[in-house]
Design a protein around this ligand. Structure first.
Ligand code: ADE
Length: 269
């Protein structure tokens, strides 16, 4: 009996250890070096917020199995970047940036941390940020992508065994830059009626680095491989495009971005 309890406890401990290691692997990390802000991203978390896709002419990209595909310049990481979290102790949090949303305290993270760090590191100026904030304030309600119409086309004469086919056209907006692109996709809400605008940052695989900062050579992903992407003086303005994407996505995202940029600017005075 004692032996049974011991083996059970050991199995539970090993399983918990495995879950902790997996959570650590999937965690996006942001660190500050002398001339760059470095992001660590998981390459093989196919069900998470960072997925490998192959470039496709329609711009939506095709999901691939990263450990079975040689990853080169024809592939990119699609990152559903976040900007706030209720978890005060998340590794990507900026504790100085916090605000109330529906009675919950939210802390800036991921995009908020990147902007905070590039401004405090002098890779972007406070003038750049203040200019962006003024632009966000000028976006009119009818310009929000979330208010763009979603079309449903019934295809006539195409009923198979009485099943009438219909096609849904979901808009997508992409801004391509030399450092990567940013997309706004309209998606059906998962737990409510209507559509929501999702923002994705697309980072080309040939811009990815290994831990020592050298370019990642093309090839299949190793199990639990992580890759790195640097924001430097050369590409820091790409962050302004990401901010703009949220500002255009919906009224709520626009309001959140304005709040966050205002708070970041206040920390620099
Ligand atoms: N809220 C936080 N991050 C988001 C994202 N990437 N897309 C849509 N909504 C979000």
């Amino acid at each position: 009996m004692k032996r049974f309890i011991f083996v059970s406890l050991l199995s539970i401990a090993l399983a918990l250890n495995g879950i902790a290691a997996d959570t650590e692997y999937k965690q996006v990390l942001i660190s500050v070096t002398t001339n760059s802000i470095r992001i660590r991203l998981p390459l093989t978390d196919v069900t998470g917020k960072v997925r490998v896709k192959e470039l496709s002419p329609d711009g939506f990209g095709l999901p691939v199995a990263p450990t079975k595909t040689s990853l080169d310049k024809n592939f990119y990481l699609e990152w559903q970047i976040g900007y706030d979290t209720p978890e005060a102790d998340s590794p990507t949090v900026v504790p100085e940036i916090n605000f109330q949303r529906n009675g919950v305290t939210k802390y800036g993270h991921e995009l908020s941390k990147l902007i905070f760090e590039v401004v405090h590191n002098g890779l972007l100026s406070t003038n750049d940020l203040a200019r962006e904030l003024r632009k966000l304030k000028k976006i009119r309600p009818d310009e929000f992508e979330e208010s763009q119409p979603v079309q449903i086309e019934a295809v006539t004469n195409a009923a198979v065994d009485g099943f009438q086919s219909a096609i849904q056209r979901l808009p997508q907006f992409t801004k391509i830059t030399p450092f990567g692109s940013v997309q706004i996709q309209l998606k059906q809400k998962q737990r409510a009626v209507g559509y929501q605008a999702m923002v994705y940052v697309c980072l080309p695989l040939d811009e990815m680095l290994t831990m020592d900062g050298s370019p990642r050579p093309p090839g299949k992903a190793r199990s639990k491989e992580t890759v790195y992407y640097d924001f430097t003086r050369a590409n820091a303005a790409f962050l302004l495009d990401i901010i703009r994407a949220f500002g255009l996505a919906s009224q709520q995202h626009n309001a959140d971005m304005r709040e966050i940029l205002g708070k970041i600017l206040a920390t620099t005075r």
